[in-house]
Design a protein around this ligand. Structure first.
Ligand code: SAH
Ligand code: SF4
Length: 387
């Protein structure tokens, strides 16, 4: 399959600076593909691969049941397989795509951040956050990111490549298995939510992300059975991606990383704004709400003295209320400053005022928690350090 090098990868912020040209040329230098994995194959490809191994079609269904139903990839667990064929089948369908490099734990074991190495040495990360009534996994969809948001650690890395559907889905399988087996503090449980808020811009890797969404949400043996309503796709505001996702008719939640209520400020904080401005982004987000009937999350990293003043909150409220009531939910989050950055987190006073102004304007908003801050919890910071 050609999950990589999709045309969407070419979407970069307008006004290509030298840095963006670098990112583009790096992306175009193809480095080979990850080994073919069960999660990258459609039904026909699986059947064909099985036939090459001399396995009949029904074995594919058994493998799907192992993979999605039981999160198993180990030959020893394929007890319904002829003993002599187990190893071969596991090797052919389930090559190791993500290898644990390090794991950091915080919040008394309720937050687990894992750094993974991919087949080509690329590093990506995922973060598991356990709460009393849900467990959320934050996953990566690209190695680095080409969108260049200056406050974001992943943005500083540039884009190396898109991840394959298998590489994305494997993060989910491993976490679902760890939860089930009681390997996360709090005892056995269930992975209930998945957010595409790790490294990368999901809309820049649309096809693999969509394939992953389908595999995460389908019921076993087609997928892991995590309801699409509990999956969030977060975008910097790639408008064609938002519109395409709306047409899929899958009830995933959309999160839009706005971070600024006007174009002048957003041009600076989110370079992609020069390509798709706040009006285009909010129009698309509101259309997504109309199509999906699901409230859109507006992500807003509060940066001291930059975008966290009363005037910004008022302007944000005005821009959102322009479309009507109750279609958006704002998630302000104190910026997690990256090393060497000129931006820093807001004063708690300013955060409070920001929220109050939104609430007074009838907008629902909750301060997003900053889980795992002591383990470099924000987007891409662990992988950035490791390099
Ligand atoms: N590229 C997508 C998804 C990955 S980033 C997007 O931008 O939406 C996930 C979220 O983390 C985004 O809302 C992003 O703006 C935010 N983020 C990035 N760096 C951050 C930082 N240093 N502090 C707080 N939030 C950050
Ligand atoms: Fe990419 Fe999102 Fe980071 Fe911006 S915030 S650089 S879009 S990962």
């Amino acid at each position: 399959m050609t999950d990589h090098d999709l045309p969407e990868t070419g979407i970069t912020p307008g006004g290509t600076s030298g840095a963006f040209r670098d990112v583009l040329s790096k992306d175009h230098a193809r480095r080979g593909k990850p080994p073919a994995h069960f999660a990258d194959m459609d039904e026909q490809e699986r059947i064909a691969r099985a036939a090459e191994l001399g396995l009949p079609k029904f074995r594919v269904r058994q493998l799907a049941n192992h993979y999605y139903g039981h999160c198993d990839v180990n030959a020893a667990e394929f007890t319904d397989f002829p003993a002599a064929r187990r190893e071969e089948a596991a090797a052919a369908f389930f090559p190791e795509l993500i290898h644990e490099v390090t794991r950091q734990v915080a919040d008394e074991g309720m937050t687990v951040k894992t750094l993974w190495r991919l087949f080509d040495g690329s590093l990506i990360e995922s973060v598991l956050m356990r709460y009393p009534n849900r467990t959320t996994l934050c996953i990566s969809s690209q190695v680095g990111c080409g969108m260049g948001c200056p406050f974001c650690a992943t943005g500083q890395l540039g884009l190396t490549r898109n991840m394959s559907a298998g590489e994305i889905v494997e993060q989910v399988r491993v976490a679902a298995r760890a939860m089930r087996d009681g390997e996360v503090a709090g005892g056995p449980g269930r992975l209930s939510n998945v957010v595409f808020m790790g490294m990368g811009e999901p809309m820049g890797n649309y096809r693999s992300v969509l394939s992953a969404v389908r595999q995460i949400s389908a019921m076993p043996p087609e997928g892991f059975g995590i309801s699409a309503r509990n999956i969030t796709v977060s975008t910097v505001g790639v408008v064609p991606g938002i519109r395409r996702l709306a047409e899929e008719g899958i009830p995933v939640r959309l999160a839009v990383s706005l971070h600024a209520p006007n174009d002048e400020l957003r041009d600076e904080l989110v370079p992609m704004n020069r390509r798709f401005d706040t009006t285009q982004v909010l129009d698309a987000a509101h259309d997504y709400f109309l199509a999906s009937k699901r409230r859109v999350s507006i992500e807003y990293a509060l940066m001291r003295g930059i975008n966290d003043q009363a005037e910004h909150a008022r302007q944000l409220a005005r821009r959102l209320n322009h479309y009507g009531d109750n279609w958006a939910h704002v998630n302000p989050i104190p910026l997690n400053p990256i090393e060497g950055s000129r931006w820093t987190a807001s004063d708690p006073e300013d955060e409070r005022r920001f929220l109050e102004i939104l609430h007074a304007a009838g907008i629902t908003a909750t301060l997003r928690d900053t889980r795992g801050q002591d383990i470099d919890g924000a987007c891409g910071q662990l992988a950035a350090k490791e390099r």
